[in-house]
Design a protein around this ligand. Structure first.
Ligand SMILES: [Zn+2]
Length: 196
């Protein structure tokens, strides 16, 4: 993000608008998003996902219970249009509400493209986490979704390098989803249906 965008974001989250994204900005941003989340929180913390969602999927094996949601706008997966997504049944209504919020917050195709939300980069994917040989990715439960991976990489620092807008994160936080960029400072493509 540009310095101007970071300053605008600091103003919005109520911290010193100095263009420097340090511990105070990180804390303010997380506080800002947490206070938008529903109470009681609809989802468990990441450590308790199996209790809440059941077992994760495995390649060529178990598949978690999923439902298809019809999206309010078309997204593109590797350039092919998609108007529906399969997502775990316990967060399917919630993800549909997130999409409806995104449709309202970014009303035109141009705004959606600029925000990165037309580039869908995956949801269900039974695999281990990138840095682990034992821990399964939240994508294995079909409870995580990625957008605009090219500009919001797994190791790309948010918000100094990655560009995922805070307003996209707000739409997820309002339904209790955790945006990785704001909470881990990287992997800003990623949003998961867990409590932070
Ligand atoms: Zn992801």
């Amino acid at each position: 993000m540009t310095r101007d965008k970071i300053i605008a974001m600091q103003t919005k989250i109520g911290t010193t608008p100095d263009g420097f994204w340090g511990p105070q900005s990180i804390a303010a941003c997380q506080r800002y998003l947490r206070q938008m989340m529903p109470t009681p929180h609809p989802f468990p913390p990441q450590a308790n996902v199996t209790q809440f969602y059941g077992p994760h999927g495995v390649p060529n094996g178990y598949t978690p219970p999923m439902r298809t949601i019809q999206l309010p706008f078309t997204v593109y997966f590797e350039n092919s249009p998609k108007r529906s997504l399969r997502v775990h049944e316990r967060c399917a209504d919630s993800l549909l509400r997130v999409f409806n919020r995104l449709a309202q917050a970014f009303p035109t195709t141009e705004e959606r493209r600029a925000a990165g939300i037309l580039t869908f980069d995956g949801l269900y994917n039974p695999r281990l986490m990138r840095n682990s040989s034992t821990a399964w990715s939240m994508h294995s439960w079909a409870i995580a979704i990625d957008f605009d991976a090219a500009r919001n990489g797994n190791q790309t620092h948010w918000p100094t390098r990655a560009v995922m807008p805070l307003e996209v994160m707000e739409c997820f936080a309002a339904e209790g989803w955790t945006p990785a960029g704001a909470f881990w400072g990287r992997d800003a493509m990623h949003f998961q249906a867990t409590a932070p």
